[in-house]
Design a protein around this ligand. Structure first.
Ligand code: ADP
Ligand code: MG
Length: 679
């Protein structure tokens, strides 16, 4: 019997205490331990000085020029300083509070130091001295550990476990696939992750394991999608084409080409008895609401009900208003359900939903409550879908008899990410804005120029316009966010007093308070609105033409773009002022890109390039799958290959019966048992 599935506490030297510590790293079985790969390697031959970014952590190798000097200061504090020759450059190296290192640093000897690079002083703040003699050690794996277990302990354990059980690791991809892409065999690859001979071998190992992860993931996703869309599960909503066309005729404007295309895509899904499971992407202002309205009308035209779920009350009210306007001449009954809906009204709405008198319901989370029952729910739409958890989306969907589902998002997800994250969905994209929009003008200024911006803002306020001021994002604590916003609010209140009124909006306020402030801003009782990022979602105040974003370099590009989308919603020219003094080149680059493009897709691709997928939406909201080895950005080619292979394989309906694929059937079964993906 294989030992791989046994618990790690069966290993020699691993008692209950140690087992608990190791389990806290997510390692349960011997197999998990063997496949607990390093997250990076200290690679000494990595970079030259001009490639290194300021404040980057690097390993630099060189010759010690003279004995280090240790000086003491303060209480038990010390500084160890010496200079070393690295290629043609002399570099200062400082170690703080490690005076004992002196004995390890000898003049004219080779040394390798891991530390943080100070680009301005051309100096390294040392963190660790690495071995240099042995080439094998130059490339040393670094594992995620916690306070209770040391790197070395873990490495030793992995090594001894490998010696005992490594041989039992089996190939989990079919031979034809391994041959086709000349993949490194599983066992060899896993070994080369822990104990690589050199970078080349390590790279091949990563390639193999990334391919495996992506491939198995894609197989699962595509299978899931095939299940969801399988024939017997959906409704064929044979909407009334004439009525729908007539409705589109009544709209105050001509649909853009992109809107027409996505309406067609969605409507053909509705007609089809397959279960629709579609993501609608469209930049802020691209006109998703009208598309939603058309689709809702389509299902209503043949007696089904539709639901539109949004993350906030403000948005729900906004949508309600738009829908009422659009459906005004028609016999469509629309209702709004939120947590502020009064009891009597609520009771009436629930009854009428149940009886089918209400055609369309707009609402917040309130829609997924137990008591909400539909008569004949045909279509569910969620707006700003990333704000909802998978469960919430599922609950709404389960209120009907397999209703079709449309998810809308203004977060432009690059194609590569859409495939991985939403591999199970079809994707429609509105990639064009309605004609005649005046592009938002974006400027980047330094903090010391803020006063002149305020003076300019004052003039625009005189002309009757309004402004948002967005406060920096302080990730460590919401309390700091609030404090900061309050300070800015006080400063601006004073500056604009008594002529203009300033409001404050932040995450610690109750939703009623927030809504009240928003209402006042909408009604122009407040001319300036100071806000934290709570303003981000779908707010529409066309008279607000100015936005100033403080410490803009703290935000990612995608988020800046979302924020900026709050202005430029009317017929007046709009402005976005980024206040920032970024230290890093990357920060400067980000500000510059913002001033150069307003295309959300371009920005999100850049954002992803610069920040990595983990940071893209903020980890919690993203619902993106996490891969152990593969990186959906850096390994995009592997991802694409894996996707094509998976699609081709599944196109063969008898693939599971073939002998050569049995290995795969087994791998998938194991994965299904252990993976929970998406949120
Ligand atoms: P979003 O995609 O951000 O939800 P909205 O649906 O709120 O965008 O639309 C933004 C604005 O553009 C609305 O005022 C809407 O009436 C308007 N709009 C939508 N489609 C068109 C169009 N084809 N032509 C002109 N204006 C449009
Ligand atoms: Mg919208």
């Amino acid at each position: 019997m294989s030992h791989l599935k046994q618990s790690i506490d069966t290993l020699k030297g691993v008692g209950p205490k140690r087992a608990e510590v190791i389990q806290s790293l997510g390692i349960k079985t011997i197999e998990d331990l063997l496949m607990y790969y390093p997250f990076r390697y200290d690679d000494i031959q990595e970079k030259t000085l001009d490639e290194i970014q300021d404040q980057e952590k690097v390993v630099l190798k060189g010759t010690v020029l003279a004995e280090p000097v240790v000086s003491y200061f303060g209480f038990k504090k010390s500084r160890l300083v010496f200079r070393m020759m690295h290629e043609q450059a002399v570099i200062g190296v400082t170690f703080f509070n490690q005076p004992f290192l002196k004995s390890k640093i000898n003049a004219s000897e080779e040394i390798a130091i891991y530390g943080k690079w100070d680009g301005k002083r051309k100096a390294l703040t040392g963190m660790k001295i690495l071995a240099t003699q042995d080439d094998e050690e130059d490339f040393s794996p670094i594992y995620h550990v916690n306070k209770k277990i040391k790197q070395k302990t873990l490495v030793d354990l992995i090594r001894s476990t490998w010696e005992m059980y490594g041989d039992e690791l089996e190939e989990n991809l079919p031979q034809w696939l391994v041959d086709k892409y000349r993949l490194m065999p599983k066992k060899q690859a896993a070994y080369a992750m822990h104990f690589p001979r050199d970078t080349a071998e390590n790279r091949l190992a990563k390639r193999r394991l990334a391919f495996e992860e992506f491939f198995l993931f894609q197989l699962q996703m595509i299978q899931l999608k095939n299940q969801e869309t399988s024939k017997e599960q959906g409704n064929a909503i044979l909407y009334d084409v004439k009525k729908l066309k007539a409705f589109i005729e009544t709209l105050p404007f001509e649909l853009t080409k992109a809107q027409k295309r996505v309406v067609n895509e969605i409507c053909s899904d509705l007609r089809n008895e397959k279960h629709m499971h579609r993501l609608l992407q469209g930049d802020v202002g691209s006109g998703k609401t009208i598309v939603a309205a058309i689709c809702l009308y389509a299902v209503v035209s043949v007696g089904y009900q539709g639901a539109l779920m949004v993350p906030t009350e403000i948005l729900a009210e906004q949508h309600m208003e738009s829908l009422l306007g659009l459906f005004d001449p028609l016999e469509v009954s629309v209702a709004l359900l939120t947590s502020s809906t009064k009891t009597a009204e609520r009771r009436r709405i629930l009854a009428e939903l149940d009886s089918g008198e209400i055609d369309i319901i707009v609402g917040t989370h309130s829609l997924i409550q137990e008591e909400v029952r539909f008569n004949h729910l045909g279509l569910v739409i969620t707006d700003e879908q990333h704000r909802f958890g998978v469960n919430q989306r599922k609950m709404l969907r389960e209120k009907g008899d397999r209703p079709d589902v449309l998810f809308m998002t203004a977060t432009p997800i690059p194609r590569t990410l859409a495939i991985t994250a939403y591999g199970e969905m079809d994707v429609s994209v509105i990639d064009e804005l309605p004609a005649g929009r005046i592009p938002i003008e974006t400027r980047w200024i330094l903090p010391k120029q803020v006063d002149s911006v305020l003076t300019w803002m004052n003039r625009q306020l005189q002309a009757g316009q309004q402004a948002y001021v967005i406060c920096p994002l302080i990730e460590e604590s919401e309390m700091l966010d609030v404090k900061n916003a309050t300070e800015i609010y006080e400063h601006l209140s004073e500056f604009f007093s008594p002529t203009y009124k300033v409001g404050l909006l932040h995450g610690k306020m109750k939703s009623q308070e927030k809504d009240a402030i928003m209402e006042e801003f909408k009604d122009n009782q407040l001319q300036v609105l100071v806000s934290t990022t709570v303003i981000e979602v779908g707010v529409n105040v066309p008279n607000s033409t100015m936005m100033m974003i403080m410490d803009a370099d703290r935000f990612g590009l995608a988020q800046l773009h979302q924020l900026r989308g709050r202005v430029g919603r009317g017929s007046l020219a709009s402005y976005c002022i980024l206040v920032a003094n970024p230290k890093s080149d990357q920060g400067k680059e980000r500000m510059k890109i913002m001033t150069e493009t307003t295309d959300g897709f371009v920005l999100s691709e850049k954002d992803l390039e610069m920040r990595g997928p983990g940071d893209f939406f903020g980890a919690k909201q993203s619902g993106l799958p996490v891969f152990k080895v593969g990186d959906i950005v850096a390994d995009v080619m592997i991802l694409e290959t894996a996707r094509v292979e998976a699609t081709e394989l599944l196109a063969d309906s008898s693939w599971q019966e073939k002998t050569e694929n049995q290995i795969l059937v087994k791998s998938l079964k194991e994965r299904d048992e252990e993976t929970e993906f998406l949120d």
